[in-house]
Design a protein around this ligand. Structure first.
Ligand SMILES: Cc1cc2nc3c(=O)[nH]c(=O)nc-3n(C[C@H](O)[C@H](O)[C@H](O)COP(=O)(O)O)c2cc1C
Ligand code: SF4
Ligand code: SF4
Length: 358
């Protein structure tokens, strides 16, 4: 069994996997279900100075991506302060309280949530590209609550400048990323009706967001000294490995907790454990930031073939647009002179029968 212990903001978490702000943490009952489902810390749904009026419909799942038009919590701050936070504390897990948005909002809310907060997560989704309002919100949160403040970044902003500005303002960590958009979904079975209510637009999350989230974490990790929590498209232990390798210290899950339920947290932690064991790593710390030590790959020769690993599925043959690959008696062969070293076959092969050459 690998050591999944994760040190974050002075806490020692059992493993690096927690929920992200969204419906799976919409109130105390949902948060307690995340705890029972194996989350190592709890992040509460973003609240602001008043309850959000959320359009309906506001969620749709397309398997490779997910759309939503949720805003912040539909519960009032009073409801959270009088009931939900105190009930959530019974889980006995570190509590990261989601707040938004302006410095004025945060100055009002931070002292009130302070008795319940081990840390605060500030959403910057609805404030401008200019780092100044975000920095003012960070300072207001630190002053008002006196706990570590995380800044959650949206994927349509320039990451390094924003992360450095957050660090400069005193942020204790970065959370990357929020959902991407605005995006749009069309219900073709119903005359082309938009899937989302409100103005018809939605924010995209789920599997399609993962490469964008990874890029943001990779970029941020190269410029800041504070920890990063990776979020976007995580539903398996292997997804967590990717985020840890590009520099995240911990991760959050939202969409997969909606579509698969709150048991996902413990399940993903067990998958992470098995992956580490199988690949000879003793702890999450051993893989953290590995990608940052890698150079950018340069393919200088056609892939090496390992015919004994080839099962003859033909996936690489179909997609080699340069007609370099072919099968003989269900074993892979190559016209090396046709190979343009595009690298596509390496990701298509399910068995590792094609290997990268430096
Ligand atoms: C329905 C829904 C509601 C969300 N609400 C919030 C929110 O209130 N505050 C916030 O910072 N992010 C919110 N998010 C963004 C998620 O926390 C997360 O950053 C994003 O969905 C990417 O992670 P995922 O692919 O695991 O869902 C929401 C996402 C979804 C799908
Ligand atoms: S690297 Fe590209 S061109 Fe070469 S064999 Fe693979 S898919 Fe074909
Ligand atoms: S994808 Fe892999 S297993 Fe399938 S034919 Fe190509 S080399 Fe063989």
């Amino acid at each position: 069994m690998a050591d999944l212990t994760t040190k974050l903001l002075g806490f020692t978490l059992e493993h690096p996997i927690m929920p992200a702000a969204g419906p799976p943490v919409r109130n105390a009952a949902a948060l307690l279900a995340c705890a029972a489902g194996g989350a190592s810390a709890l992040v509460t749904k973003t609240i602001s100075v008043r309850a959000a009026a959320v359009p309906a419909p506001n969620m749709a799942d397309f398997k490779t991506y997910f759309l939503n038009t949720e805003l912040w919590s539909e519960l009032s701050p009073e409801q959270w302060l009088e009931e939900e936070y105190a009930k959530t504390q019974s889980a006995g897990l570190p509590m990261i309280i989601g707040l938004g948005y302006t410095a004025e909002d945060i100055a009002e809310l931070a002292p009130k949530v302070a008795p319940f907060a081990d840390a605060i997560e500030l959403s910057t989704h609805y404030i401008s590209d200019d780092p100044e309002p975000m920095q003012a919100a960070v300072r207001a949160a630190i002053e008002g609550a006196g706990v570590p403040v995380l800044v959650k970044m949206s994927p349509f902003r320039e990451p390094q400048r924003a992360a450095l500005a957050a660090q400069e303002a005193g942020a204790a960590g970065i959370v990357a990323v929020n959902s991407f958009g605005p995006a749009f979904g069309v219900d073709i079975a119903n005359g082309g009706r938009p899937w989302m209510g409100g103005q018809g637009y939605g924010w995209m999350s789920g599997p399609a967001l993962k490469p964008i989230g990874l890029r943001m974490v990779y970029d941020i990790a190269r410029v800041v000294d504070i920890p990063i929590i990776g979020v976007g498209g995580i539903s398996t232990g292997a997804d967590v490995v990717e985020y840890l390798m590009v520099g995240a210290t911990a991760v959050q899950i939202c969409t997969a907790a909606i579509t698969k339920g709150p048991q996902i947290f413990g399940k993903v932690a067990r998958q992470l454990d098995r992956w580490l064991d199988k690949h000879g790593y003793a702890s999450v710390a051993e893989i953290q930031g590995l990608t940052l030590q890698q150079g950018i790959p340069q393919m200088t020769a056609p892939p090496t073939l390992i015919p004994e690993k080839c099962v003859g599925c033909g996936l690489c043959v179909t997609s080699c647009v340069y007609d370099a690959l072919y099968l003989v008696e269900k074993k892979i062969r190559i016209h090396a002179e046709n190979c343009e070293k595009c690298g596509l076959c390496l990701s298509r092969c399910p068995t590792g029968a094609l290997q990268f050459v430096n």
